[in-house]
Design a protein around this ligand. Structure first.
Ligand code: GLC
Ligand code: CA
Length: 518
């Protein structure tokens, strides 16, 4: 593994959406102290690292992905000192903390942008991408005209309120476009490096980089942005060799070549992730992609839709970086949508035994639901239903907050899962998740860097993991029908539900899995 730190090999991440995790002071919004208060729960479940969604000062028009001050924790979450304290307490428990780095854009209300929008030339004029006339938009990307008295249109990276920072253009076709080596583009890059050092010095163990592939413009083959990240990664690693960079890119071949330690396989660029879990109507996919998820009782999926892309990227990145298949995140429907607990036993068995580094989105360890019909909150739109408060125990706001007006309403259904109830139930999804994490850590074959080989498809999907001197077979059968196949001989069953390995015969009931040593 080129320069990827060793600690990633048996790492399991917990993705925390800070505003919805635990409100420690009763103002209705989750905060850093709330996360610190729950570190023992996080450790006890087996997680070795946390990815925190953005905690910086922001007007929250995109839930904090619109930053006004990159050097300061938003008061609603606490102070920079609270962040340092969280890192210290996490580190004492052997847990790393990875922050979100919104590298491609700022809030419209950021001081840099306010200065950039002035007609008079100043040090921030070229911090963002502007055309040279209000009547002239760029032909690539999205531009806003008439915003201020500056004669030009600014490029936005996502919502209108997220102007794109200027890291330069790879291919220049217009006089207003600047090169990647222009002083302005280099200033932007240096500012980013400065931000990275600032938080690393306070205790951050790395960054998940938001829209990582978006930084360089006019870069259709991504060679420009790959070059840029290699420069950043080199400087960052020289200073913080144990700290990592995770990409929101979803094209691992490019992201790992750009120097990232991990790339997420998620819902854009590739279909691989969607075809596993979210291939149904109403799960926010383009019509062209609609089909049957592999992980569904109806058993009409096709694991090759996943494997064709996955293996291509896996083989290209093996030994250089990791592909992470998360249970979900704050941008997509929860994995529990259209699935019951039995189904989730199987999805989690798969997700926690694949190569790469697993990520569990808060609440997915207890099967929290996607809450339908919520009004959009802070730019969430249909993502809002995946962002509701963590469900700790029965009682007011399910233990999230003492406030009468929590950030978002908690799940009001009578069977809303909670940590308290599931901890006491030996057969709960929480205890299953815990057991899978423990099994993963105890068996090097299942680590991020363990080998992966397909043994059988379609239902069941069977794969071999090897590492150390171990060979482990994992078989998952999400379909609601029995299957009997031959597979490598079983020496010892590690964990199974409704499946048996009898010599070289695998007998699997519907919706089952088995993990065994071969
Ligand atoms: C990423 C974030 C998403 C945000 C967008 C703009 O996709 O995950 O939540 O809205 O970038 O920053
Ligand atoms: Ca609070």
């Amino acid at each position: 593994m080129a320069n990827t730190p060793k600690w990633l090999n048996d790492a399991v991440f917990y993705n925390i959406y800070p505003q919805s995790f635990l409100d420690s002071n009763g103002d209705g919004i989750g905060d850093l102290q709330g996360i610190t208060d729950k570190l023992d729960y996080i450790k006890d479940t087996g997680f070795t690292a946390i990815w925190l969604n953005p905690v910086y000062v922001s007007p929250f028009r995109d839930a904090g992905y619109d930053i006004t001050d990159f050097y300061k924790v938003a008061p609603r979450y606490g102070t920079n000192e609270d962040f340092r304290h969280l890192c210290d307490e996490a580190h004492k428990r052997g847990i790393r903390v990875v922050m979100d780095l919104v590298a491609g854009h700022t809030s419209l209300e950021c001081e840099w942008f306010k200065k950039s929008a002035l007609p008079e030339k100043n040090e921030y004029s070229d911090r963002y991408v502007w055309t040279d006339s209000v009547w002239k938009m760029g032909t690539e990307g999205s531009f806003i005209s008439g915003y201020s008295d500056r004669d030009g249109c600014y490029m936005n990276n996502f919502f209108y309120c997220q102007p794109a920072l200027n890291y330069g253009y790879k291919n220049i076709t217009e006089p207003w476009q600047m090169s990647m080596n222009s002083p302005a583009a280099i200033d932007t890059r240096n500012e980013l490096l400065n931000i990275m050092s600032f938080w690393s010095d306070l205790g951050s163990d790395g960054f998940r980089v938001d829209m990582a592939s978006s930084l360089v413009k006019g870069d259709p083959d991504k060679s420009g942005v790959i070059e840029l990240w290699n420069i950043i990664k080199k400087e960052f690693t020289a200073k913080y060799p144990e700290n990592i960079l995770i990409a929101e890119w979803s094209f691992p071949k490019e992201a790992i070549a750009a120097g990232f330690d991990i790339d997420f396989l998620i819902h854009f660029n590739l279909k691989a992730y969607t075809t596993l879990f979210r291939h149904e109507k109403g799960t926010n996919q383009s019509e062209a992609w609609i089909g049957h998820s592999y992980f569904r009782k109806d058993g009409k999926g096709d694991i090759d839709l996943f494997l064709n892309e996955y293996l291509d990227h896996y083989n290209a990145t093996k030994g250089k970086g990791f592909i992470s298949i998360p249970t979900g995140n704050h941008d997509i429907h929860r994995i529990s949508l259209l699935r019951d607990t039995d189904d989730l036993f199987v999805t989690h068995a798969f997700l926690l035994t694949m190569p790469g580094v697993p990520f569990v989105y808060y609440g997915d360890e207890i099967g929290m639901k996607y809450i339908e019909g919520l009004a959009s909150k802070e730019g969430g739109f249909n993502r809002t239903g995946s962002r509701t408060p963590m469900q700790w125990e029965s009682g007011k706001n399910l233990g999230f907050s003492a406030s009468d007006t929590p950030y978002l309403p908690v799940d009001t259904s009578s069977d809303a899962p909670t940590v308290a109830a599931q901890s006491k139930d030996g057969n709960s999804l929480l205890n299953h998740t815990k057991k899978l994490i423990r099994i993963r850590k105890e068996n090097p074959a299942l680590w991020a860097n363990g080998e992966f080989e397909v043994v059988h498809k379609n239902y069941p999907f069977v794969y071999k993991r090897t590492g150390g001197s171990q060979t482990i077979i994992v078989a998952v059968n999400p379909a609601n029908r029995r299957a009997e196949i031959s597979a490598p001989a079983c020496r010892k069953v590690i964990y199974a539900k409704d499946a048996q390995a009898d010599g070289t015969t695998l007998k699997m009931d519907g919706v089952s899995f088995i993990i065994y040593e071969a």
